[in-house]
Design a protein around this ligand. Sequence first.
Ligand code: ZN
Length: 444
Amino acid sequence: MKIQLHNTLTGEKDDFKPLKEGSVSMYNCGPTVYDYAHIGNFRTFIFSDVLRRMFEFNGYKVDAVMNITDVDDKTIKRSQKENISLEALTRKYEEIFFDDLKSLNIERFKKTPRATESIPEMISLIEKMLENGTAYKSSDGIYFDITKSKNYGRLANLNLENTTRERIANDEYDKENARDFSLWKFYTEEDGDVLYEAPFGKGRPGWHIECSAMSMTNLHAETIDIHTGGSDLIFPHHTNEIAQSEAVTGKTFVNYWMHSGFITVDGKKMSKSLGNIFTLQDLKAKNIDPIAYRYFVLSAHYSTLLNFTWEALEGAETALKRLRDKVNNLPDGGKIVDTEFISFINDDLNTPKALALVHDILKDENVSPADKKATILKMDEVLGLDLDKVENIVVPDEVLKLMQERDVARAEKDFAKSDELRNKIEKLGFKVKDTESGAQLDLS
Ligand SMILES: [Zn+2]
């Protein structure tokens, strides 16, 4: 069955052709473990989880790696601020991260290497670049010479006309500042006790070289099928990964680059100053099932800009609970019927269509109740929504309050207000039925 994936490198939806028949190698840029990951990060991890599940659904053997960045500018700074060791800080957030993955039904990848445990491989890549002249030594570290790279910046569609021969030591910078980037940072007192010995001078790796080394080492290949990440990683991180990996091997680093879209909150970019960065801990504090967030994310295509609101999340939670309730009321023992499910997910992971199909099957009178259940639970192998979980639908207080307000509006014949309240109730995932004996919630 044909699989098509949107490839950032070509800008097109490409037919997927694996390097090795029947198997796929995937590298996913993992978290930098210096704080709680936020819901925007988890959108990317849900996306790579569904991608892996889609391949398994198609019978592929998947070799997937997700790294843990436990040494970089951010982790060092935070550990110093909290006055604890780098290891104590990063292990704490690594553990929280794995718990969060679990609560979102994101299956842990087979390999989750830590950057601090792959330093020798990074050093060896840097040595090769120094030997072949694509890297050079300066007073504060080893830098990659971007003018020596073929097609530098192709992934990010960079215009390099105004590139100056300058260097940048920071791990993160913007497109306007494309320049020679840091592979290795020589030790300074600011790094405290974080340092590694290397033939070219003691110090620590830059962020970008970490992923090149962990990808090649853990997937045992110089070229892999797929590399994923959030679209904020296209530049500089993935652009630099390509440049340095291909400078060492002379081969294509990755055949398919896939990126998930941003999440905004109430239409605004998530940022500390706006106080709108939410974590799974915030969801749990509001007693919201984290899988409702997964449902919310899957209801949009992974590549789109997705706007998060608490109202939309609560609506997703209600929809999910009702779906589970319906599925659980169906009898067991059915068979899986043919649907378009596989063609939807193989079409660049069209999860909105796949979810709509689940609802359509429930309504389909030509499918027996037992077959509905078997078919939907098979689809859930990709969706990961725990659709066989038993739910008791509880109507939130907010909905009950809105219903009461609406009764008052109707009694006063204020129909504009009554319609407005109906819309609010529907946004929270409940339908209103007006009957002769008054308004009721449609819980079917
Ligand atoms: Zn990475």
